[in-house]
Design a protein around this ligand. Sequence first.
Ligand SMILES: Cc1cc2nc3c(=O)[nH]c(=O)nc-3n(C[C@H](O)[C@H](O)[C@H](O)COP(=O)(O)O)c2cc1C
Length: 162
Amino acid sequence: MNVLIVHDSKFGNGEKIAEKMREEFEKTGASVKISHVSDSSSLPMREEFPDLLIVGAAVRMFRVSPASKKWLNQLDKNARKAGATIVFGSVYLTHALKENSIKGFGRRYLRFMQKMKSLDFVYPKLFSGQVKGQEGPLYEDVLPAVEEFTQSLKKWMTENKI
Ligand SMILES: Cc1cc2nc3c(=O)[nH]c(=O)nc-3n(C[C@H](O)[C@H](O)[C@H](O)COP(=O)(O)O)c2cc1C
C-alpha cells in the first residue's frame, strides 16, 4: 500500500505526527511519502496516486490552513483531468484549542474532503493534535495516540476495500 501524507507544518508539530504515522504504516509494509503543501513536487501525478492520502492541516487565525485546501482543490482538478481518483483519504488537525472546540473545525474539514471528486472514501474520524501555546510542543498524549488511530484507519480501509 502506498500512503502520501501532506502537511502544512510551520513549527514541526504536524510534521512529527506525519513521521509517527509513517512509522506505524511502515510496520505493516506500507510505503509512505511525506510532503509539505508548499513543495512544488507534492502534488502527485496520476501514476503516483497513493492508495491513501492523509492531510495534516493547522488551525491558524480561527480557520484551517487555506494552503491545505488550495492543495486539495488543485489535486481535484488534476485528478479530474487525469480521470483518476484516490481511494482513501484522511485528515488530522493541529491546533491550540480544547478538544471540544476542535470538533467543529474537524467536521467542516471532513465535509470539505467528502465533497472532493478525487477521493472515493474519507475516513470519518478526525485525528486531533493539540499543541501547547502557539508553537508547540504537542501535548504528551498526542504521539502515543497515533498508533491507535492508524490501526483503526487501516481496519476501516480493509473493511471498505472494494
Ligand atoms: C499566526 C498564528 C495563528 C494561530 N491561530 C490559532 C487559532 O486561531 N486557533 C488555534 O487553535 N491555534 C492557532 N494557532 C496555533 C497553531 O494551530 C499551531 O501553531 C500549529 O497547529 C502547530 O503546528 P505546526 O508546528 O505543524 O505548524 C496559531 C498559530 C499561529 C502561528
